[in-house]
Design a binder for this molecule. Structure first.
Ligand SMILES: [Zn+2]
Length: 288
């Protein structure tokens, strides 16, 4: 069964009920063009039947389907990983480590670690290619907690976050050290490719965007949000969903891990029109 046909957690549990089923599924997604040595890229390894491993015909590396992936050296069986991935892909606001702990029957620390590794695969996908076409740029302040003691009074700080979105496509959200134009410009330069149009708020710190494409803006300060095609509604919508998720699901996220949560959210948001692909995309991006 394709993962896009899985409609419920129970179905996911049945589909990925054994280590063998999960390995077969992972193999197909990780190596769609044939089994490939993760160390040197050589194809067609030897199968070492007794050791249940492949041996690279070139560099002699012995490997399994999980070698050098987010699952590498994990003591947890793949069925638990796969259910965790399914949950993280199909919960619109995300899943807390507490929920994973319950659903998987694992310790909280294990659940937390799983989620962290899975977010890494999501990040690979979101940051794979440069963004292009019609681009929206906007920034926001996201509330994160400091690194203080986990119990008791939580101190919050506002983090500036830059959103860059392809209209109808990928979204990226990146923490900014400050709102200086040159810092924002550096990040924009790294993320944009072939741009047709670029839309933003009329904030003066974003005027340099004209260097990256035909730039037009709306003046949020004067309550101007949409002028024909010119708006940043894709990102505005993402900010409000992300902030609701942060409060409703995770209660508070420390500044240290905020970028991981932004990546997880951006992954789901970027593929909002093809939700059936999310699970397979995590597995396709599972190299560590
Ligand atoms: Zn090799």
């Amino acid at each position: 069964m394709e993962s896009s046909a899985i409609k419920s957690l129970e179905q996911a549990r049945r589909q990925f009920s054994t280590q063998h089923k999960c390995e077969k599924y992972l193999q197909r997604l990780r190596w769609p063009n044939g089994i490939t040595c993760p160390r040197c890229g050589t194809k067609r390894p030897y199968w070492l039947k007794n050791q249940h491993l492949w041996e690279c015909r070139s560099c002699k590396y012995h490997f399994s389907v999980t070698a050098q992936t987010i699952f590498h050296r994990s003591k947890l069986p793949l069925p638990k990983w796969f259910v965790a991935i399914w949950l993280m892909c199909h919960s619109p606001k995300g899943v807390s480590a507490k929920q994973l702990e319950r659903e998987l029957g694992v310790h909280y620390e294990t659940a937390w670690y799983l989620a962290k590794r899975i977010r890494k695969a999501m990040k690979h996908d979101v940051f794979e290619d440069r963004l292009g076409g019609i681009i929206e740029v906007d920034d926001a302040v996201v509330r994160a907690s400091g690194d203080g003691p986990p119990k008791g009074h939580v101190k919050f700080e506002g983090k500036n976050v830059l959103g860059v979105a392809e209209r109808g496509g990928f979204l990226r959200m990146m923490i900014l050290d400050g709102l200086r134009a040159r810092d924002i410009k550096r990040i924009i330069a790294k993320n944009l490719g072939d741009v047709e149009e670029i839309y933003s708020d009329a904030a003066s710190r974003l005027f340099f965007l004209a260097e990256f494409g035909r730039h037009q803006s709306v003046a949020h300060a004067y309550d101007e949000y949409v002028v024909d095609e010119v708006h940043v509604n894709t990102i505005e919508n993402a900010w409000s969903l992300f902030k609701r998720g942060l409060v409703g699901m995770y209660h508070h996220v420390s500044a240290k891990y905020l970028q991981d949560y932004l990546d997880e959210f951006a992954f789901r948001y970027s593929h909002r029109k093809e939700k059936g692909k999310l699970f397979d995309l995590v597995l396709a991006n599972c190299s560590s």
